[in-house]
Design a protein around this ligand. Sequence first.
Ligand code: HGY
Ligand code: MN
Ligand code: MN
Length: 400
Amino acid sequence: MIPVNPERFLAELHELRRFGASGIGKGVVRPAYSEADIAARQWLAGRMEAAGLRPHFDPVGSLFGLAEGPSLLMGSHTDSQPEGGWLDGALGVMAALEVARASREAGGPPVSVVSFEDEEGRFGVTTGSTVWSGKLSLEVADELTDREGETFAEARARMAHLAGDFVDPKQFTGFIEMHIEQGPWLDQAGEAVGVVESIVGIRDMRITLEGQQNHAGTTPMHLRRDAFQGLAEFNSLINERFRNVVTPSTVWTIGHVSLHPDAHSIVPGRAVFSMQWRDGEADRLARMEEIIRETAAEVADRRGLELSYGPMLGLEPVAMDARLRGALEAAAEEVAPGNWRSMPSGALHDATNVAVHMPVAMLFVPSIDGISHAFEEDTDERDLVAGLKVLAGAVERLQS
Ligand code: HGY
Ligand code: MN
Ligand code: MN
């Protein structure tokens, strides 16, 4: 097996969480293009160089550590959610770097490493790898905005001095991403490893309802055009109407709501909210979209509200490559005999986009109490090391 160095891997993983440390548990605040994100990427570029890889930033800030000639690509992302865990994305990048370095030290197969930018979708949905996949042009991406209204173009300009061309995907033979599960199943079962079968599809958009801002004391209820009441009715209606369309693994979330002018004594004139839904079947995502649009129009009409939509972003469900999965399964059986499972991914990952260019596969390690996208996110270090060894074992098997 490629002689990975667990102490070195863990030490670097803890070093990475210094960038944007939240001071709460091991949590981080390292959104794409923030000072902490850019500093972390420059630190990572140095670690890649020290590991014998050629660091290269692409035009959107995704950072590659390139091996000579054809190589297996491994990695994930190092940007975080507005309140992020220390392992989401970071684990996959640092595990990839350790395997790439150990393989090179042992004269093993060449491995390149990547940290995609804006996987967490401050601007889009897995934005950096979506642009690299060609599914989203740089011109269109540049017009995307974050919650505060900053454009992708303005944000990525902060890394312009580091940026080179897009990396040619043809130099890579495949992509393997190690990630925390971010859900409860491995932790509940006490299993060490998950080998991913498929990644769900997603749809994500912003919806705006415009009514009439007015006095909260003098405006009778039946005369109001209250944007929040429209949102509230929309939400309860879709929950009802989804019932005969969804399965227990379908999810939908209104995670961001902004009311204008957001004051106790003013009837809100405007509600802007995110509408995101995920499922393993593309046609179920389409059916849910119909219900969302029909219901929004019906509520807007009944309440005299103006309805408008932002751009809808989406990724299709993706099956993992059988050969790469086979190597991960064999390595998992060697490292954690009988203590691993095959499973779907309810979270989105860059692997979905990389699949446009090459075969992909993913490996999960448990999340304690299934918590992620929160400062409390954590994984037992023995599980982190077991995952690292499975990754190394898979690389060895793919070489033969
Ligand atoms: O939302 C996701 O699934 C990913 O963690 N960004
Ligand atoms: Mn992630
Ligand atoms: Mn995430």
